[in-house]
Write a new protein. Structure first.
Length: 397
């Protein structure tokens, strides 16, 4: 888990050197409209999330997680810096799709690999640590970008090429130092006591576990996650709104870094708290914070409003990112975790494209306030559905 956290840290350094500047690059250099921006980001995230279902299922079937994780990180490390060579919308779309393809095939197996390696009462903490490492990279990456651009050591296009360095290091680290616990061992450790004592043959027990149903609470949670995702448009729009509020382009990477400082400082706390008080309260409160932030962006008028809202937005991630993943692991049998994380991320992906497209169209036709107001309303609806559909006691495995 520690090495995977380091890999995620380096990968996010590479990614976040690019991402906060991507909306500005696309709109000012390539000439992309907000609707096209929504289409690019929505399509990229949809590809990423939809691939996680077959990738997670396959890792369950072959009982190996690491090969897919390694391939996913390698593909992204190669594709991401290619944005420096893009001159058209089509090229940017192809590069973003390739980058997200890599993320898509690695994410569900990686999340299942983390769950396989820790006991249930430490899952929230484990995912919190992983998210903290990931978000730490999102602090360092923008700071590197800010320094390189502010001191004019590189131009914007050249900056994207430098993202290849931490990406390559992360792949080497993963290949050489991540040790995989077999899925069969994880299934055996989670098997019922009668199987462990010999009343049921181990092979038969493992086969039964691999075909066990994931359960109604998991599927209800999946429906609610999908609804919430419909209001969760790409963060590129928040960065665009920050620029609209008067935050200068050189300060945008700093704003993005501040957001991730808050994520880092709250992720371990949020994940650990979910181990003690339960997943449900953290998710409910976090989603309510999200709705409030979007509503705030709808009515914001000055630059300091943008800074404040980004800080609060970071708390939402700290409370929910690790907690949601821990809840998924809690709700399903050990042998189905890869597929469960695949379905979880597929739900995010199916909602990602319409969410960003709707947001971009509403922004373009009715203004940013209407778009953010729509996002807040959808998030509030999902929060209510979570109360109604996901029972208080759901941690069953």
């Amino acid at each position: 888990m520690k090495v995977l956290s380091a890999v995620s840290f380096l990968t996010d350094v590479a990614s976040e050197m690019i991402y906060p500047l991507l909306p500005i690059f696309l709109s000012t250099v390539v000439g992309v409209s907000t609707t096209a921006l929504g289409a690019i980001e929505g399509a990229a995230e949809s590809v990423s999330s939809l691939l996680r279902l077959p990738a997670g299922w396959w890792s369950d079937r072959v009982k190996r997680r690491k090969p897919l994780v390694l391939a996913g990180y390698a593909i992204a490390a190669i594709a991401r810096p290619m944005i420096a060579l893009a001159t058209t919308v089509g090229q940017v779309l192809a590069i973003r799709l390739s980058d997200r393809f890599g993320k898509g095939i690695r994410s569900a197996p990686r999340d299942a690999l983390i769950a396989d390696s820790v006991p249930q009462d430490q899952r929230g903490y484990a995912y919190g640590v992983h998210r903290a490492a990931d978000n730490s990279g999102a602090v360092i990456g923008p700071l590197i970008a800010w320094a390189l651009l502010t001191f004019e050591w590189v131009e914007l296009r050249e900056l994207f090429l430098w993202a290849a360095v931490p990406g390559a290091i992360s792949v080497v680290l993963l290949w050489g130092f991540v040790q995989e616990r077999s899925v069969s061992a994880a299934v055996s450790s989670a098997a019922p006591a009668n199987a462990a004592t010999g009343n049921v043959p181990a092979a038969r027990s493992a086969a039964a576990a691999a075909s066990a149903p994931m359960g109604a609470p998991f599927w209800r949670f999946l429906v609610v996650i999908f609804v919430f995702t419909l209001g969760a448009s790409s963060d590129a729009f928040l960065l665009l709104r920050a620029s609209q509020l008067g935050i200068a382009a050189p300060a945008i990477p700093i704003l993005w870094a501040v957001l991730h400082v808050v994520k880092v400082s709250s992720s371990v706390w949020g994940g650990g708290l979910s181990d003690r008080v339960g997943r449900r309260p953290l998710i409910l409160f976090g989603w309510a914070v999200y709705a409030a932030v979007y509503l705030g962006f709808a009515f914001a008028t000055t630059a300091w409003h943008g800074w404040l809202l980004f800080i609060v937005y970071g708390l939402y991630f700290g409370m929910t990112e690790g907690t949601e993943k821990a809840l998924v692991a809690d709700l399903v049998p050990a042998a189905r975790r890869g597929a469960a994380f695949g379905w979880f991320n597929a739900a995010l992906g199916v909602g990602a494209l319409p969410a960003s497209l709707m947001f971009g169209v509403v922004w373009e036709r009715f203004g940013s306030a209407s778009a953010f107001g729509m996002g807040a309303a959808i998030a509030a609806t999902a929060t209510l559905l979570f109360v109604l559909l996901v029972p208080t006691s759901t941690e069953t495995t």
